[in-house]
Design a protein around this ligand. Structure first.
Ligand SMILES: *[C@@H]1O[C@H](CO)[C@@H](O)[C@H](O)[C@H]1NC(C)=O
Ligand SMILES: *[C@@H]1O[C@H](CO)[C@@H](O)[C@H](O)[C@H]1NC(C)=O
Ligand SMILES: [Cu+2]
Length: 123
């Protein structure tokens, strides 16, 4: 193999490695609900997306209008807001995903029932 060809292959492998590395290390960032943000009828936004461990969800909403509560599946299904659950309320809440299922609802009475809930399963 020529020296030039060897160098080209080396550089290609380096670039591929860096791309893979940055993908794994930093993941994707998703704004929940896209341009509408964390709002009523956000349920289903997650469908058809492939989430991975290391991806970040950003919940955007007017501070005070909503919040984000991490719940288990039964509370997700029944829209129950448990005491002392992990709750975010800044209006610009970033959550890094770990592998496995995670469920988010809005804890303001009535909002979860109105569709403020998403279920994610990160690979
Ligand atoms: C879900 O969480 C609620 C409240 O925190 C708890 O009462 C319930 O036992 C939990 N269910 C499961 C299946 O873990
Ligand atoms: C919630 O946390 C407070 C303070 O740590 C504790 O006193 C209370 O018993 C907790 N409530 C439940 C339902 O776990
Ligand atoms: Cu809400």
């Amino acid at each position: 193999m020529s020296r030039e060809k060897g160098n080209a292959i080396f550089v290609t492998i380096m670039v591929l490695g860096l791309m893979l590395h940055s993908n794994l290390a930093h993941g994707m960032t998703y704004t929940v609900g896209d341009s509408r943000g964390w709002d009523f009828d956000v349920a289903g936004w997650e469908n058809g997306k492939k989430f991975h461990s290391g991806d970040t969800l950003v919940f955007k909403y007017s501070e005070g209008a909503h919040n984000v509560v991490v719940v288990n599946k039964s509370d997700y299904d029944s829209c129950n807001v448990p005491d002392n659950a992990t709750t975010f309320s800044s209006g610009n809440d970033k959550v890094k995903l770990r592998k496995g299922p995670i469920y988010f609802i809005c804890g303001i009475p009535g909002h979860c029932d109105a569709g403020m809930k998403i279920a994610i399963n990160a690979a």
